[in-house]
Ligand binder design. Structure first.
Ligand SMILES: Nc1ncnc2c1ncn2[C@@H]1O[C@H](COP(=O)(O)OP(=O)(O)O)[C@@H](O)[C@H]1O
Ligand SMILES: Cc1ncc(COP(=O)(O)O)c(N)n1
Length: 509
């Protein structure tokens, strides 16, 4: 069979993984395909063994007949130009031999071998009598990526306990196998997890034999499949960069991010998988400032529609609202503003920059000034008319619930979640005010109130509040952004209850 000619040369690396399976998706061929995709390649997969495993361990291994392995390999190479091969779990001597003879008759420019022997869980994935066969494969590969235990098997020495010994061992493996070695420090004790490229022939940059890439250890149990993921990333990035060193720098950074965000996946109760697409998802959801807040605004579309339909809002618009209901609403608003001002002050206290600190402090001052103004004007007027609650109105259940929700956000201490919870009060009032303005005219009983919330200065404050919250949301982790969104939605629901409450209460009384 003939292969399609490769006219323009590869743009997207076509990477074949020859490996075992992991139905829980964190290691083996499933991890390889995710890793290749995450690093910009087109992934292909030939299954060498079927492994019943999860994040807790391996249960059993089923190896299909080697003849079928050959058929899979040929099905791919007969049709597709392969830019790189990553070899993972081989399992037995006959599988190693089948892969070796396919590699000899189908040479590929870039071959990466992850000499999988024992899983993170401690289970054996390579027959003991196949270790020599794997070692004999080294001259056919370009890069081998052993962990410390696998390096010891390849060198026939004891497991290195310190990094310098591992590098020296790797140098001997590189010389004997005529191969570049990527030594992995994931199993070292201590706060770092370094990796290094070691090549006895001095084929690395400036004729060096060792190029080390430092790495901080991420404090997580989710390391299932790190080796598989790193080796397929190296195969893919090796094609993209044309050299191992930049490939490792890039892969290491990607792997560290994927480990840092692994907790977000919540997969399994053992050693969980890494989050292969964390970096991509963070960019893909284009968390520019406005997309975050716009999507939350859409999430509260139903709440906003219901607010528009409330008797208090309709009555404010057409001027028919009963003065007693309005007075009650204002008295509750004054009570609300007093605490809202305190919550704004807490946001100011936690602000990460002087500019935001001033912004929230100004808002706090604005809220308490508005509260005092309400007492001086509307409430005084309504008191004279004797149709509103008297001096010390107690907070209604709706007011208490809203204020308590905001105070709980203060108590939890997270700036992002707090400011997200503060935002609906700005945004809903501004939005409502802008739409109610068209009903305002001289002689409208609530004209002054309608004018306050459609004030251009308030519009600017609202714009800046959205911008600040959106920027925090755009930078936040997935989990934090979700907590911010929930605080925002909950505050919007409290707004609705707050608007509904005076009418409901007084009509029940
Ligand atoms: N806790 C960790 N924090 C940061 N990097 C890690 C951590 N554990 C493993 N790594 C990295 O993951 C890759 C795989 O390393 P290792 O765990 O040694 O191999 P394997 O998965 O084959 O046992 C290496 O790049 C290593 O530095
Ligand atoms: C099919 C297969 N291949 C490799 C590994 C090793 O992965 P790790 O050592 O990172 O758990 C695995 N568990 N399963």
């Amino acid at each position: 069979m003939s292969r399609a000619p490769d006219v323009d040369g590869p743009r997207i690396p076509r990477v074949l993984s020859i490996a075992g399976t992991d139905p829980s998706g964190g290691a083996g061929i499933q991890a390889d395909l995710k890793s290749i995709a995450a690093n910009g390649g087109y992934g292909m997969a030939v299954v060498s063994a079927l492994v019943a495993q999860n994040t807790r361990g391996v249960r059993s291994v089923h190896t299909p007949p080697v003849g079928f392995l050959r058929e899979q390999l040929e099905a791919v190479s007969d049709d597709i130009a392969i830019d790189a091969v990553k070899i993972g779990m081989l399992g037995s001597v006959s599988v190693v031999e089948a892969v070796r003879s396919w590699l000899v008759s189908n040479p590929v420019d870039r071959v990466v071998l992850d000499p999988v022997m024992i899983a993170t869980s401690g289970d054996r994935l390579l027959d003991a009598d196949a270790e020599d066969a794997v070692r004999a494969l080294l001259p056919l590969v370009d890069l081998v990526t052993p962990n410390l235990a696998e390096l010891a098997v390849l060198s026939g020495e004891a497991v290195a306990e310190i990094w310098e010994d591992a590098l020296a061992q790797a140098l001997r493996v590189s010389a004997a196998g005529r191969v570049t070695v990527l030594v992995k420090g994931g199993h070292l004790s201590g706060s770092s997890s370094p990796d290094a490229l070691v090549d006895a022939t001095g084929s690395l940059r400036d004729g060096r034999t060792v190029v080390e890439v430092a790495g901080e250890r991420v404090d997580t149990r989710n390391t299932h499949g790190t080796g598989c993921s790193l080796s397929s990333a190296m195969a893919t990035l090796g094609v993209r960069f044309g050299a191992w060193e930049p490939a490792l720098l890039h892969a290491k950074q990607w792997l560290t991010e994927s480990l840092l965000h692994s907790d977000e996946l919540h997969v399994g109760s053992g050693n969980g998988p890494i989050n292969h697409f964390a970096t991509l998802w963070a960019t893909a959801t284009a968390h520019d400032t406005r997309t975050v807040t716009d999507s939350w605004w859409k999430d509260i579309a139903a709440v906003r529609c219901r607010i528009d339909e409330l008797p208090l809002v309709r009555g404010l618009a057409d001027g028919t609202l009963d003065g007693a209901v309005f007075g009650d609403y204002l008295a509750q608003d004054a009570l609300y503003l007093r605490d809202y001002s305190r919550v704004l002050a807490a946001a100011s206290q936690r602000a990460p920059s002087a500019e935001e600190q001033v912004f929230w402090a100004d808002c706090a001052s604005g809220a308490i000034t508005a509260e005092m103004e309400l007492h001086r004007t509307w409430l005084a007027e309504h008191r004279r008319a004797d149709d509103v609650p008297r001096a010390e109105t107690p907070p209604s259940r709706a007011t208490s619930a809203y204020v308590n929700h905001l105070l709980a956000l203060v108590a939890r201490g997270d700036y992002g979640v707090l400011v997200a919870g503060l935002l609906p009060c700005f945004w809903i009032y501004h939005d409502l005010g802008a739409r109610l303005l068209k009903h305002s005219h001289t002689g409208h009983p609530y004209a002054a109130w309608l004018d306050t919330y459609s004030d251009p200065a308030f519009a600017e404050v609202n714009r800046r509040a959205i911008e600040i919250v959106g920027a925090v949301g755009a930078r936040a982790s997935h989990d934090l952004r979700e907590r911010m969104r929930r605080a925002f939605v909950l505050s919007a629901e409290h707004e609705e209850a707050f608007f509904a409450d005076p009418f409901d209460r007084l009509s029940r009384a």
